[in-house]
Design a binder for this molecule. Structure first.
Ligand SMILES: [Zn+2]
Length: 497
């Protein structure tokens, strides 16, 4: 486990999340002070102090509950874990995270996870696919409540996508112990391996393998940009690649999986809620468009004599935008490869990848069909050959309604309870006096993969800008605390008497 973080952020010297602006406590404004995007001084920056209720050692103690203050509870352990994890795999130049599967940064994250498990007296194990588990109670008893997310990142990713869920899971467990909760079901915190697929090009490898949605043969063929295969990378990291494969017995012991995740859009910011419940993951896929023309000299070939696939590609990009607007869905050409890729050469090949997502299958089909039809028309007119290949596809994931409704009720009850505690509807940090919003998302998650095998639900924490997969990704201090409290409420409702 990496050390040395304590010196970077002297505990007790300043409020690690910055101060709660006087008079605004209770309003949970998005973008609360203290949210410094990754920069020179660290992911959270150094901000003026207001350490009300925060014990420098990270232990919970009640703070003064006067006007403008709130007792600090669930955020304490969250914060100390967050600061410990923050420097791992963070690129000093970009400020983004490069925690790619089975690299040194990933192994440091895994060591951190193990240390957190052991520090809490949880039974630690890795499963056959390299996913990490920290158990409270008997792992073999069945009907377990499992929570967690992932610690790996996209290239130059943000701090929250993944780690927010893992850190919040340990913090929620701390909060439940603080509450003196008595567990009636086994509880586990997990870190699923290689969720982002940044290194080997396929997302959710750890959960896909466990759920039998990726064959061992296909997994063995995965290769990174340097030609290193997944088995070689796993072996180099000290894991046994011969063991990978479906894990139905393990999944059968899970009664509910709840993943907390930073929202990767602005739905919660628009509704003014710090926490939401996921309804579904939109169907989504990737299509490769190969436009083939004729390479030629950029300085000597007359315009009328050219067969330039770049023009057809460019028209197709515009068509994708138009179709997305017409259907109310999303279409993005975000990656391109050009041959021969010379400044002074008309391309012979332009290969573009379309990422498309929609709330339902019919809309997605209409969108992609519309883009392909337009591309074929443009290609025919310009004498360009076009091949379209669907490279991956994930159908819609509807999270289980019964679990979703139960979680909504648990959060509502907890909100009412807190409201009564403070003598007004809703407490700072989460409760707004309204039902917790239920929203869909266009992003894939391990929870989506596991939903085919176990009852699965997700909580989202507000992302005020909606920016994700970028160093600018962030969430407010109060919202992260609200997420921990909400997750603790959910776990208490599901796993405690
Ligand atoms: Zn994620």
């Amino acid at each position: 486990m990496p050390t040395g973080t304590a010196g970077e952020t002297p505990s007790g010297a300043s409020g690690p999340w910055g101060q709660t602006p006087s008079g605004t406590a209770g309003e949970t404004p998005s973008g609360t002070a203290g949210l410094t995007p990754p920069g020179a001084s660290g992911p959270w920056g150094q901000t003026p102090s207001d350490t009300a209720g925060q014990d420098p050692a990270g232990a919970a103690r009640p703070g003064p509950a006067g006007p403008g203050r709130q007792p600090w509870r669930a955020g304490d352990s969250f914060l100390s874990m967050w600061r410990e994890l923050a420097p791992i795999g963070r690129h000093p130049g970009s400020g983004g995270y490069r925690r790619h599967a089975w690299t040194a940064a990933d192994l440091d994250c895994r060591a951190w996870f193990r240390a957190q498990a052991e520090a809490r007296g949880l039974a630690y194990e890795t499963d056959r696919n390299g996913n990490q588990w920290a158990w409270l109670g008997d792992p073999l008893a069945g009907d377990a409540v499992v929570t967690g997310s992932h610690l790996d990142s996209v290239p130059d990713g943000g701090a929250f996508d993944g780690p927010l869920g893992v850190v919040s899971s340990f913090a929620a467990l701390d909060e439940l112990r603080r509450r003196g909760a008595e567990f009636t079901r086994p509880l586990a915190v997990t870190n699923f391996g290689d969720e982002e697929g940044a290194r080997f090009g396929l997302a959710c490898v750890g959960s896909r393998l466990a759920a039998g949605q990726l064959t061992v043969a296909d997994a063995h063929r995965l290769r990174d940009g340097d030609g290193t295969t997944l088995p070689v990378a796993m072996e180099a990291a000290g894991y046994d690649p011969a063991a990978i494969g479906p894990d139905p017995e393990r999944l059968a012991r899970i009664g509910a999986f709840v993943e907390l995740h930073v929202e990767q859009g602005r739905a919660l910011d628009l509704t003014g809620d710090p926490v939401g419940i996921a309804s579904a993951i939109w169907p989504h896929g990737r299509w490769r468009f190969d436009f083939r023309g004729e390479a030629n000299h950029a300085g000597t070939t007359r315009l009328v004599d050219r067969r330039d696939p770049m023009l057809t590609y460019a028209e197709t990009v515009l068509a994708a935008r138009r179709e997305a607007e017409l259907t109310g869905a999303l279409a993005t050409f975000g990656k391109i490869a050009v041959e021969p890729n010379g400044v002074n050469a008309i391309p012979s090949l332009v290969r573009g990848w379309l990422d498309s997502r929609a709330a339902d299958q019919a809309t997605l089909d209409a969108l992609v069909t519309g883009v392909e039809r337009a591309a074929r028309e443009y290609a025919e007119r310009a004498g360009i050959d076009l091949d379209v290949v669907r490279e991956s596809f994930t159908p819609v994931v509807e999270f289980e309604h019964a679990l979703r409704d139960e979680i909504a009720k648990i959060l509502e009850r907890a909100g009412d309870r807190r409201g009564a505690d403070v003598g007004r509807p809703g407490q700072p940090g989460r409760d707004t006096g309204r039902p917790v919003p239920v929203l869909g998302t266009g992003a894939g998650h391990d929870a989506g993969i596991l939903s085919a095998s176990v009852p699965t639900a997700m909580l989202f924490v507000r992302n005020p800008t909606g920016i994700s997969h970028s160093p600018a990704e962030h969430a407010a201090e109060d919202d992260c605390t609200a997420g921990v409290e909400a997750l603790a409420d959910v776990l208490e409702g599901l796993a405690c008497s």
